[in-house]
Design a protein around this ligand. Structure first.
Ligand code: PLP
Length: 366
């Protein structure tokens, strides 16, 4: 009750949050999550102090898993959804442990792909089907071949740091694994093209602490090595994502966000908003002579827009202006510099409008 009374105050305090991750979440999700921390659905108990084996939490886990498959259009197609721990970074290794027998092919499109390759290298020689490393990862390689006799092909759908995004996916002759951490649930794709999708929750789905894994069951169980239980997808599937104590708060809050998305009209509806936000910002970057986009136009991410100032002398002025406008989290990743505007699902169009106004105001001042 008290929390609801304060919700207006929270609204006023809310800044335009362009953070790359952990990311902005819908206000109503934050409110419901904080209420559940105090009292889960009037039970007199907190979400974070009940048994994860109790009916209320088992229901939450099952709902979260079902919503993930429903939103991706993968119900009844042989897929299982899991909410695991250890972040997307643990998936770099878990994918290799579960699927890599002889050799795998990786598309290297950025820091995260590079890290995924490094982890898989522990188990076997990895073949890079293509890489944009020499160009500072400012584009997505195309027209590469995926060897048909490899175990799997791995790609990263959106490059959070460099601001590029795969618009098309290959018709892979072997199982296709994709790290979708920073654009899952943001745009419509034929998700059944993929055999394994993973995503750390904190970019576009919820708070840090859980990782969604959506895996087609029939690709599992084909490697000869022994897999430690916590690293074995089959173990997690057989225990309905409850092999050990799950991160209850992160799963619940992700479930609320997925519910929010479903009520909005699902991925189709949010994609329209996301495209509108991206068009607005990129057109300002292109039209305003004071700014330059980092990545090549055809591969620009609708989630993370990266750009720099044409004249670094304006940095102090620009930084003061956006901070005063209530904008947060606009600095580029330390490896790229410049600016990065992350426009995840919960970021309102209005926040992008504010940023664009500040950018055009800078032009009129300079
Ligand atoms: C952030 C990010 C990761 C790392 O996620 P963690 O959950 O911190 O391990 C991996 N891949 C991509 C594409 C990311 O954006």
């Amino acid at each position: 009750m008290q929390l609801s009374k304060n919700s207006n105050k929270h609204k006023q305090m809310k800044r335009h949050n362009f953070s790359a991750g952990p990311c902005i979440l819908p206000q109503e999700v934050l409110l419901k999550a904080s209420e559940a921390v105090m009292d889960l659905n009037g039970s007199g108990l907190s979400l974070i102090e009940i048994s994860h084996r109790s009916k209320p939490f088992v229901d939450i886990m099952e709902k979260a898993r079902a919503l993930a498959l429903e939103l991706l259009g993968l119900e009844g197609k042989g897929y299982k959804a899991l909410f695991l721990q250890g972040g997307a970074s643990t998936q770099f290794l878990m994918v290799a442990l579960n699927l890599l027998e002889k050799r795998a092919g990786y598309l290297n499109t950025g820091t995260w792909s590079d890290k995924a390759i490094k982890e898989a290298q522990i188990y076997d020689d990895i073949y890079e089907v293509a890489s944009s490393k020499n160009a500072g990862y400012n584009y997505i390689p195309k027209g590469y071949e995926i060897p048909a006799d490899y175990d799997y092909f791995h790609c990263t759908s959106n490059n959070t740091i460099f601001g590029t995004q795969m618009k098309e996916f290959p018709n892979s002759p072997i199982p296709m694994v994709c790290d979708m951490s920073s654009d899952i649930f943001s745009r419509q794709l034929d998700f059944s093209k993929f055999d394994l999708i993973y995503a750390g929750a904190q970019k576009n789905m919820g708070p840090a602490g859980t990782t969604l894994v959506v895996v087609k069951e029939d690709i599992l169980g084909k490697v000869s090595r022994k897999i430690p239980s916590m690293m074995d997808y089959k173990v997690h599937i057989s225990k309905s994502s409850m092999f050990n104590t799950p991160p209850v708060f992160a799963v619940y809050t992700s479930m609320l966000t997925l519910e929010w998305l479903k009520n909005l009209g699902g991925i189709k509806a949010i994609e329209e908003v996301n495209e509108k936000k991206a068009r607005l910002l990129y057109s300002e970057i292109d039209l305003n002579p004071l700014f330059k986009g980092y990545s090549v136009k055809e591969d620009r991410s609708i989630m993370n827009a990266t750009f720099t100032l044409a004249n670094e002398d304006l940095k102090e002025t620009f930084d003061t202006m956006w901070k005063e406008a209530g904008i947060e989290g606009l600095n580029g990743h330390r490896s790229v510099g410049g600016y990065r505007a992350s426009m995840y699902n919960a970021l309102p169009l209005e926040s992008v409008q504010v940023l664009v106004e500040v950018m055009s105001e800078l032009e009129s001042k300079a």
